[in-house]
Design a protein around this ligand. Sequence first.
Ligand SMILES: NC(=O)c1ccc[n+]([C@@H]2O[C@H](COP(=O)([O-])OP(=O)(O)OC[C@H]3O[C@@H](n4cnc5c(N)ncnc54)[C@H](O)[C@@H]3O)[C@@H](O)[C@H]2O)c1
Length: 349
Amino acid sequence: MTTIPVNTPSGSYPIYLRENGLRDAGDLLRERGFSGKCAIVTNPTVGQHYADPLVETLRAAGFSPVVCEIPDGETHKTLATVAGLYDRFLAAGMERTSPIIALGGGVTGDITGFAAATYLRGAPFVQIPTSLLAMVDASVGGKTGVDLPQGKNLVGAFKQPEMVLIDPDVLSTLPGAEFRSGMAEVLKHGIIANETLFESLQSGNFSLLWMLEEAVRVKVDVVQSDPFERGRRAVLNLGHTFGHAFEKLANFELRHGDAVAIGMVCAAQLAVELGHCAADTAARIIHAIEFLDLPTAIPAHDPEIVWQTMTTDKKKAGGIIRFILPRAIGDVDVFDDVPETVVKSILEQ
Ligand SMILES: NC(=O)c1ccc[n+]([C@@H]2O[C@H](COP(=O)([O-])OP(=O)(O)OC[C@H]3O[C@@H](n4cnc5c(N)ncnc54)[C@H](O)[C@@H]3O)[C@@H](O)[C@H]2O)c1
């Protein structure tokens, strides 16, 4: 088993990475000092496979778990779903010391974390991520929240978990398209800060556990250096400035990982155009994206419309569109001064 400690302004917590780790969840939670009632928040898709084994290990460790089911899908990442959870927690007699466990992908983690941050002014939160994206990205860093009709992730809280348990075996039931989409974020972490990870993804010569650990460590390093997203953490948005715009313009019918992959192609080409990275580096990035069976073709939207869509993204700082651009594999930077004309020239290609 690998344990990665994460330091936060409010203390530290472990990320446990272990094969078959789900069955150890009860013992690990007890070792963290918890006991008594706890809630498992999951959806039917994930719950059908993993809720019973989790209940079993928690009972064996002396807990009294209650399973709270929420519907599957981003459309249910709402305040209404959170309100439904408060009802369930109250009915089960959950107290301020009772752990609330997210068992699912990023959607479940974000909803559950927000419910845990606000129920009785904050109850202990545990993440058991089951999608690749949630393992390497969403479960680490303390950002939780829900969507509003006006946009994604507009309400939320920073809520650090008590522990994160990553069991790679649960990925066996994750649909292939979801896995592929998650690989875009793994590759992103390689480009941001880990050339060995980047290279290995194309060699196929690595274990799933190793890949998860390398990708998680990149996220941990970044969030530790900027827990409240005031600076360096922006690098995690590599590929997202363009990607969010493509997602929006496709009415979210473009998968997030696919949009990020195309966004990374744009970022690489923009970096070359601005003289921040070598053409060879961009070619390596594009080749890696293709290798992972992710799309590289820039959607044929009017560049002006893409630009306008980017300016309405909530991640822009002070009206400036912020681009994360590679300088080399494993080295990216934040740029606030990219001329509109150059961005549009990339979109025209
Ligand atoms: N908090 C953060 O820092 C952060 C970072 C990145 C993304 N996010 C959020 O994460 C969400 C996307 O997460 P996601 O890609 O995991 O989507 P998701 O949670 O919707 O999961 C994708 C699908 O896979 C299913 N699934 C998950 N694990 C499974 C498994 N082991 N077996 C079978 N099916 C499984 C889910 O039920 C769902 O149908 C978005 O809402 C995004 O905003 C949050």
